[in-house]
Design a protein around this ligand. Sequence first.
Ligand code: BGC
Ligand code: NOJ
Length: 822
Amino acid sequence: MPESEGGKYGYFDDARREYVILRPDTPTPWINYLGQEDYFAMISNTGGGYSFYRDARFRRITRYRYHGVPLDQPGRYVYVRDAESGQYWGATWQPVKRPPEFYECRHGLGYTIITTRYSGIESQVTYFVPLGQTLEVWRLKITNRRDRPAKLQLFSYVEFCLWDALDDMTNFQRNLSLAEVEVEGSAIYHKTGYRERRNHFAFFACSERIAGFDTSRDEFLGSYKSLENPIVVEEGRSRNSIVSGWYPIGSHQVNLELAPGESREAIFLLGYAENPQDEKFEAPNKINKSRVRKVIEEFTRPSRVDEAFEQLKQYWGRLLSILQVETPDEHVNRMVNIWNQYQCMATFNLSRSASFYESGISRGIGFRDSNQDILGFVHMIPERARERILDLAATQLPDGSCYHQYQPITKRGNKEIGSGFNDDPLWLVLSVAAYIKETGDYSILDEIVPYDNTPGTEEPLYKHLEKSFQYILERLGPHGLPLIGHADWNDCLNLNVFSTSPDESFQTAPDRTDGKTAESVFIAGLFVLAAKEMAAIAERIGRKSDAEKYRRLADEMAKRVLEHGWDGEWFLRAYDAFGRKVGSRECEEGKIFIEPQGICVMAGIGLDNGYTVKALDSVYKYLATPHGIKLHHPAYTRYYINLGEIGTYPPGYKENASIFCHTNPWIMIAETIVGRGDRAFDYYKRICPSVREAISHIHRCEPYVYAQMIAGPEAPRYGEAKNSWLTGTAAWSLVAITQWILGVRPHYDGLLIDPCIPSDWPGFKVTRWFRGAKYVIEVRNEERVCKGVKQIYVDGVPIEGNIVPAFSDGRTHHVLVIMGRK
Ligand code: BGC
Ligand code: NOJ
């Protein structure tokens, strides 16, 4: 096993598709996501984290104390106690934190395995959520590495949440009188609320005959004690407590005797179950457990657990095999083939709702976020992307605006945040375009979808897209550019809020100005990009006049950007409510912003007159740092009331000029559009987690996934990442590296191949399943160019141009791409 070295805390085991952490005290909890569809769990490298069913706010199964002390508790714990010496420890280090003789955490795809050894007793816990189940398995294997027998006691531990995570941490006068449980055999049932309106409950079961149990946290811990030294574990004796109100937990006691070298297993299951309304009870106030008993019986069998674990591995193997690359760069190979795609699944599933930084309470499924997440996910499970697109479209309002977020359980738009983020509607066009390009399935446009989930308002999805444009066109400002509304992609550029009250949230504060004149160049760029896609779609479904209309709209908007959105060396960011420029050399601070440079180049604005290259050179000059490209320059050093939340952050953090990673791939893509593959790839590496692994002591977040931000040069903690996992960076990075740098890009008419790579690359390979055929693509770059395709051969036959047809014949096709100057 390689030693961790330098700034690292572990290493990548690419063959097993795992990241291996070698010490428990990582700078932040390094987490993994378990569960792929309905039941989700987050687990840190020491077993911390929480679980929920579909909705992290309304169906929270276990508690987590965000920014609690000690850090990262509670979690999924198993205490191990030596019955002879009375010594005890945590099988995952936490919550006892005794120094281990050995520690290793392997985060894999949908599972985590934590191994520790204390006093010659080795334990290994494998955590995962079987496919199609609403439960998590903790499989514990315990081995006696001593040369004498060991008498051990195990104590499991979970702390239940009273379902509504917000109420659970605010409404104590009520909820401390609610908790109810049942215990039957080795299974503990948490049933708070079940006697009234809930038809769901949680269970915590164990494969072994138990020597005792606890369901009361107070009794388990003992008076004024903590998870570090619970009285039950200290004394080695469960209290068989049945909680009533207060704090419900689940804990089993299992006694074991192990001969030298002997191993034993215990399987714990934590799960969620629902009963039909009329079959809730098997006796007065007793949960009907008929279904759950079967599930428990099934998944406490080691052979069934083996099988489920194997199925999970195969599932990921299959998903990842859709897109695999072989390049001269190990970071690209590792990120694309494993971690970047894996992160795209997590962001697709959870949007920005539940992570170690998103509490799962205040934010549901984001409209713009999820539409962008689809760009990095659609090739994996297009059917799920399709369903999500239709759910999102159903939260569009009749005027074309969209709820900024919705709750996954109800799929209804969140009223508190409402709509008015004027970029939102356009992202729907991009996700639909990506879906069609991937699948060739135009029928999605005919799907009948309601507005605001209101029956009777249904129209085809195509109409929804039209409404998206209409919404923008009905809201143009003095320069003919789109009004920004509450904010655009940059949530913190609130040009209409003018907040003076510290008690007000910028995100939900009303827009104050009457004139509402603030305009966004970013939305203008996004409009052009989306209108071009719309034209391409309309063209292909025979709506020629629509196609013309959207081409014309794109041209007109692009002209206005060139006229009113160009600052001389770069694209302007916006006009504020008073018509003053934002992101201009005239500004004292915030002279240049990254977003309009990225989006306008992607939209092809200024390609003919050299503005694109100029804008990108300005990005390089003013915004690029060794840790990535920052959001704007210079950072705001004070609060500007006309700009909103952006100035509330100290310089270098978050939207105030951090390296807000989401935007970096836009610049990578833009660089490939102008043909600068060396620079595009250089930017790719600056934020690439696997590259940054070497400076984990500075980066501090997980080295296998992108984080939302990296502190910018103006911040004292420059280079430090924050808010890992749920970020649009995942989807956009995958798109940038695979579709634009490697250049293998789904197109309406086939698979387009147009690489823009570092000039010293001799070539690379991509394997891609696309519309039901497999493409094995070999790119040769003998002339060492960045960009330019000389000739493509498909199955040995030269083709015209660089779009490989969609054969959809279930076969493998060999594509040879010769790069070079024509
Ligand atoms: C954050 C943004 C976020 C917004 C909405 C702001 O405080 O800085 O990144 O998008 O809140 O939750
Ligand atoms: C995070 C939000 O989820 C996303 O929608 C937004 O674009 C960025 N922050 C930038 O403000």
